[in-house]
Design a protein around this ligand. Structure first.
Ligand code: ADP
Ligand code: ASP
Ligand code: MG
Length: 443
């Protein structure tokens, strides 16, 4: 058994849906196919949520009309049988009406998730029928029947496994099962979501739950590139990454993978293969426990990082001071990303600033706190990075860019450099040019 996940652009047009069908025909194994919403649809659903909050009913209606028309057009293009077309349009109408009904109730996180995950529902209803008519016999599964997480960070693999086996046993038997990414249920059983880009995570949770042979993530690029192709030209695909390298790149902003993608698979050593839907013969990237090469290999960049510089203003011994500081973050459940310390001060970074004011107020009792927002962490990734000659050139290459913080990860596979976000693109380009391309360093 395999899991294949197709992202927004892969299911984003009539041509690409045909392309996905061809890929499925070519792969004979039993499989679960996880689909995203058509590209742009989740953004529109997020916009609906934003407008419903401020009661802009007219704009919500316009978005709903656009979503209905868009999916009706797909039905008209893909489905030849008149009766099937009518049944599908009826189903699309029902889903659009569900969104309309939700947009008029009081806002809550559950309402938000119920609305934003509807894009996957719309697409899979149509795509399953299209595939059944075109040589890919399949059964449609509803992810809300089996996808359980304890929190957005922690999937409940045992529960997903138990539910999914039950769902598979009671569904019509088939070699191909289609399901929705992104949607899940939280620990109290309410509909929730796996955060933006979460269909990658859905695929690997399912992969771990069923102990599959591999998880394939089909996207619009030929694997994980060594730098961010949205900002830098001449990036290249990396054929092999270890789980921890991929996980660092994803955590530090490589959009091609949801930050948690590889986590469910590492213990079971299930490989993740990234493939390009539009160039299926390209090798892509294989992510596994194997380390194929060492040294600086790739760079990613994470924005919206806030730095807190906390300096003790008491005579507390440093161990008490650090304990007090970290207790405050623990109390407010805010995750700290990178930390550097000296005897009586600590600098640390966070992404989530919703509790920032409460945290600084609490720290101000015994420390002087300054905060700076709009920073970017540039993360250089590669196994055994500390011993690599290239690593030492990084600071020379970035000599005209003011560096605010540096952190070398314990696992010796990532070096994080904090800079003001206004220098991000320059830093990425300089490193591409001088660290990777000049020497023609291939992995
Ligand atoms: P999907 O809809 O298939 O999930 P995404 O848009 O989420 O696709 O991710 C693919 C995009 O990620 C690419 O088109 C590319 O612009 C961007 N990207 C950012 N960093 C990287 C990287 N290091 N390697 C490959 N792609 C990257
Ligand atoms: N459709 C969701 C999003 O756009 C999930 C995904 O595509 O992975 O974020
Ligand atoms: Mg994605």
């Amino acid at each position: 058994m395999k899991v294949l996940k197709f992202g927004g652009t892969s299911v984003g047009s009539i041509e690409s849906l045909h392309q996905v069908r061809d890929i499925l025909v070519e792969s004979p194994e039993r499989k679960i196919v996880v689909c995203s919403a058509m590209s742009g649809v989740t953004n529109q659903l997020v916009a609906i949520v934003e407008h419903m909050k401020i009661k802009e009913v007219k704009i919500v209606e316009e978005h709903l009309y656009h979503l209905e028309t868009k999916h009706f057009d797909v039905v008209d293009e893909l489905i030849k049988d008149e009766n099937q077309r009518e049944t599908l349009k009826q189903r699309i109408k029902e889903i659009i009406q569900e969104i309309a009904a939700l947009s008029s109730v009081a806002y809550s996180e559950t309402v938000k998730s119920k609305i934003t995950t509807k894009g996957e529902a719309l697409l899979t209803e149509i795509f399953s029928v299209f595939l059944n008519n075109n040589g890919v016999s399949n059964t449609l599964l509803y992810a809300e029947d089996f996808m359980h997480v304890d929190s957005a960070e922690t999937p409940n693999i045992a529960k997903v496994s138990e539910r999914l086996v039950t769902v598979l046993d009671s569904a019509p038997q088939n070699d191909v099962y289609i399901t929705q990414g992104f949607i899940c249920r939280d620990s109290s059983g309410e509909i929730s979501d796996l955060k933006r880009g979460g269909s990658d995570f859905s695929a690997t949770i399912i992969g771990a739950a069923l102990d599959v042979e591999e998880v394939e993530i089909w996207t619009d690029i030929d694997g994980v590139h060594n730098n961010d192709p949205r900002y830098v030209s001449e990036t290249y695909s990396i054929p092999y990454l270890s789980y921890s390298e991929a996980s660092k790149l994803a955590h530090y902003g490589a959009k091609v993978l949801h930050p948690k993608t590889v986590l469910p698979l590492t213990d079971k050593e299930i490989p993740v293969i990234l493939k390009n839907t539009f160039s299926p013969n390209a090798f892509g990237t294989v992510i596994s426990s194997k380390v194929h090469s060492r040294g600086a290999k790739a760079i990613s960049a994470k924005d919206n990082v806030t730095i807190l510089k906390i300096e003790s203003n008491t005579s507390l011994a440093s161990h008490d001071f650090f304990k007090k500081v970290f207790d405050v973050f623990h109390k407010h459940e805010v995750v700290i990303d990178t930390v550097t310390t000296s005897e009586k001060s600590v600098s640390l970074t966070i992404d989530d600033t919703t509790r920032l004011l409460a945290i600084t107020n609490e720290l101000t009792g015994y420390a002087k706190v300054t905060t700076e927002s709009l920073n970017t962490i540039i993360c250089v990734v590669g196994e055994s990075i500390a011993g690599d000659e290239k690593t030492y050139r990084i600071f020379n290459i970035l000599k005209y860019i003011p560096i605010k913080m540096i952190s070398l990860g314990k696992s010796d596979n990532n070096l994080s450099i904090l800079i003001d976000s206004s220098y991000k693109i320059a830093a990425l380009k300089l490193l591409q040019e001088n660290l990777f391309l000049k020497e023609n360093v291939l992995v």
